[in-house]
Design a protein around this ligand. Structure first.
Ligand code: GZL
Length: 332
């Protein structure tokens, strides 16, 4: 009996947290806009965030919230806890509330046409931030603001081919993929594979999702260490999975960055600290600080002005020897 009661309580808790997580309001926000701004004439932006899975995501959320305040835009913010159904629910809520603009980072690439058509039919412009959708109908959104993930994957591959230039021995690679079906996971995998396919000494011997989290990254790396005879390189689609993998590698008595070279993506501070300690060999930057650019685009689409179909962010590649010097200026 007690067990059944405990299960009932935990289900209720999960359900209530999912609901509250879907519609947190920015304290600064007034009542919702009716498509013409809120009660004090401010633009109302509905933002459906992926979740809080990584350091990158936390920095991205902070950037959006701070930029909205600075721009005098009323932000209605939802955290989907990495579930597409929660993001769709949040977008539908924003439509009912008649916000002026909707922006979101699609947790996965597919399955958005229906809800984006509902927003279009309601006359609410949509801006994609960070991640893209695979919809053929590009009239469903006004602009995409974010990174070129294929380029990030290629940069990761280019570092590896340069690192092993002139060597013939096989290079066994394990890959920690991002969230299954997400644009960054699909594209970082494709870009990396495209570069290394030119030299058959490079072999990806195992590749599995770590869902962009430290915990899952550690768990999958533990499995790789058990199932793979030799691992020369880890390619992690984000820093949080790389940092989780470092724990697994050290617990297995190996030296991350030396016994197993590590290539990572994002560029959060913790990754720079690990790089400075010699545990990560290179980080491909992916800029989460999209808030100000998003607010500029929001103002333009709210005023019915035309905006570029794609706004790409500036990013760099940081090899280990650059980490120490770069650390003091890292903004996330
Ligand atoms: C990339 C972003 C990814 C980051 C991860 O733009 O969508 O999601 O690389 C984050 O850290 O979880």
């Amino acid at each position: 009996m007690a067990r059944r009661a405990a299960i009932a309580v935990s289900i209720a808790l999960i359900a209530s947290s999912a609901l509250t997580a879907c519609s947190t309001e920015n304290p600064a926000s007034g009542s919702a806009g009716a498509g013409g701004g809120d009660s004090d004439g401010k633009i109302v932006l509905g933002f459906a965030q992926v979740g809080a899975e990584s350091g990158w995501r936390t920095a991205n959320t902070k950037s959006v919230q701070e930029a909205a305040k600075k721009a005098g835009i009323t932000l209605k913010f939802s955290d989907a806890q990495q579930k597409q159904e929660n993001q769709i629910k949040a977008i539908r809520t924003f439509i009912q509330q008649k916000v002026d603009v909707i922006a979101f980072s699609p947790v996965v690439e597919s399955g958005w046409d229906t809800v984006l058509k509902e927003a279009k039919d309601a006359g609410i412009p949509v801006i994609l931030t960070d991640r893209a959708v695979d919809s053929k109908d590009t009239s469903l959104y006004k602009s995409f603001l974010g990174s070129d993930f294929v380029k990030e994957g290629k940069s990761a591959g280019e570092w590896l081919t340069a690192e092993y230039e002139g060597k013939d021995a096989p290079v066994n690679i394990v890959e920690l993929q991002g969230t299954t079906g997400s644009a960054p996971a699909n594209d970082r995998k494709a870009g990396f594979a495209d570069v290394i396919k030119g030299d058959d000494k490079f072999k990806i011997t195992a590749s599995q999702t770590g869902d962009f989290t430290r915990a899952k990254g550690k768990e999958v790396m533990q499995a790789f260490l058990k199932s793979q005879k030799d691992i020369d390189v880890l390619y992690a689609h984000n820093d949080d999975m790389a940092l989780g993998a470092i724990q697994a590698i050290e617990e297995a008595g190996k030296k991350p960055g030396t016994d197993i070279k590590i290539i990572s993506v994002d560029g959060i501070k913790d990754a720079f600290v690990a790089m400075a300690a010699g545990k990560i060999n290179v980080v491909v930057e992916c800029n989460p600080l999209l808030g100000d650019q998003l607010m500029e685009l929001t103002k333009k689409v709210a005023a019915g002005e035309s905006v570029p179909a794609r706004v790409e962010t500036e990013e760099g590649v940081f090899p280990q020897d650059k980490a120490e010097a770069a650390l003091p200026t890292r903004k996330y």
